[in-house]
Design a protein around this ligand. Structure first.
Ligand SMILES: Cc1cc2nc3c(=O)[nH]c(=O)nc-3n(C[C@H](O)[C@H](O)[C@H](O)COP(=O)(O)O)c2cc1C
Length: 210
């Protein structure tokens, strides 16, 4: 779908886009995504982040081996053994799993990966994931598809070595980015009445209250 500037519409339609075209993404759009990332907050404004761009087919292929292994051997079978998440029926869940299978097989074909990294021991997710979310929203706003992926962290050492992450840093995601093959659509989530409590734990919030 089309670029859009309405923030709430962007949030409602920033879905994981796992089927991507291999066509290159213009550098100025990547710059806008990265600028959006670095607008995010980090603890103490320390900005101890680094963003590794990976375009090299051989590097992507080498890291993708570990992504695929984690999905095919561990995460995929675990998800398949469970039921659909809230807001999704069995059919939609099956389509989600198919889409992840597709990404596992093709992630290295995405024209560019952004790999957000943070200095120091692992555990600083709160300082890097706001930047990640900003980048996902920015990609969506520009009409580009992306997915937040972390499954490869099951083989963190091997995957980070394949990507050439420097000692003293950890990666927190691989974001494969490209032009989407499909259309953006609404995210599937449980309604607020199921997840928001008003005043006391277990008391559903309702807009009908006055
Ligand atoms: C912490 C985190 C890790 C994720 N890791 C993966 C992943 O490794 N592979 C993948 O295909 N999607 C991954 N996702 C995407 C979620 O599966 C996806 O956002 C969720 O199913 C909701 O779907 P939607 O983004 O299309 O609305 C991850 C999302 C989060 C927040």
């Amino acid at each position: 779908m089309e670029p859009t500037a309405d923030l709430f519409e962007i949030m409602r339609t920033t879905r994981s886009m796992r089927r991507l075209k291999p066509d290159p993404v213009p550098e100025d759009l990547i710059a806008r995504i990265l600028e959006a990332g670095t607008c995010a907050a980090s603890g103490g404004n320390s900005q101890n982040w680094r963003f590794l761009l990976i375009r090299d087919a051989a590097v992507k292929a080498a890291a993708a081996v570990w992504w695929r292994k984690a999905w095919d051997e561990t995460a995929g079978p675990r998800y398949r053994a469970g039921g659909p998440p809230p807001g999704m029926d069995g059919d939609k869940f099956a389509r989600l799993l198919d889409a992840v299978d597709h990404l596992a097989a093709h992630i290295h074909e995405a024209p560019i990966w952004i790999v957000p990294c943070w200095a120091g021991p692992r555990g600083s997710g709160a300082s890097i994931y706001p930047a990640v979310q900003n980048m996902l929203l920015a990609a969506r706003a520009l009409g580009l598809g992306a997915t937040l992926t972390t499954v490869y962290l099951m083989h963190e050492k091997e995957a980070e070595a394949a990507m050439g992450i420097a000692d003293g840093f950890h990666s927190y995601a691989i974001l494969p980015i490209g032009w989407p093959r499909g259309k953006f659509g609404p995210v599937r989530r449980a309604p607020l009445s199921e997840v928001v409590f008003d005043g006391a734990w277990g008391t559903p919030w309702s807009t009908e209250k006055t």
